[in-house]
Design a protein around this ligand. Structure first.
Ligand SMILES: CC(C)(COP(=O)(O)OP(=O)(O)OC[C@H]1O[C@@H](n2cnc3c(N)ncnc32)[C@H](O)[C@@H]1OP(=O)(O)O)[C@@H](O)C(=O)NCCC(=O)NCCS
Length: 151
């Protein structure tokens, strides 16, 4: 819904915001209202015979470590009608190649405890589960599993 509102307000600005490897965009507002600097990052749309979803990558320059408020280097989603066709697994594999190209030696991903599909996607790409955590209340308070993929 936030994306639809942003597109309605200024579609060009929305498109520009999807590709920001130099972190030129505005600061990010966290759930508790505080703001933090934007990290370099970008979003790819997944084309699998038509729009099928997105995958995005963000990183901190010069290190594999992310600031505490960032849940992971990579996120993705596949439209409901194209799920269970291996699309997210393939999209993550492609983005891992790009992360390697940027110079990262490892990436962190997190998935909700109940999100078995996402966890299978990560495991299929060499992910090692680091453990279960509760996200701080200011960031949503969810139960997650933290994964690491060596590149
Ligand atoms: C998670 C998500 C991206 C998976 O996309 P997808 O293209 O369907 O994933 P894949 O087809 O590559 O499937 C990967 C594995 O998950 C399994 N899987 C898919 N949906 C599943 C479900 N609902 N329950 C259990 N397993 C599931 C597949 O069978 C496959 O397992 P396998 O490799 O052992 O055969 C998709 O369900 C989605 O967009 N969910 C909402 C957004 C989201 O959760 N994003 C991730 C945030 S961490």
């Amino acid at each position: 819904m936030a994306h639809l509102a942003a597109i309605a307000a200024d579609a060009d600005a929305f498109l520009t915001s999807l590709h920001d490897p130099e972190a030129r965009g505005a600061r990010i507002t966290l759930a508790d209202g505080s703001t933090v600097p934007r990290l370099p990052g970008y979003t790819r749309w997944i084309d699998a015979g038509g729009f099928a979803g997105f995958a995005n990558l963000r990183w901190q320059r010069g290190t594999d470590v992310l600031p505490p408020h960032v849940s992971g280097h990579i996120g993705y989603g596949v439209v409901p009608q194209r799920r269970r066709q291996g699309i997210a697994t393939r999209a993550l594999a492609l983005l891992l190649d790009e992360a390697r190209g940027i110079g990262l030696a490892a990436v962190i991903l997190t998935a909700g405890l109940e999100n078995l599909a996402s966890q299978r996607v990560i495991a299929a790409n060499g992910g090692i589960a680091m453990g279960r955590e509760t996200v701080p209340p200011a960031l949503g308070g969810r139960e997650i599993i933290r994964w690491r993929i060596a590149l």
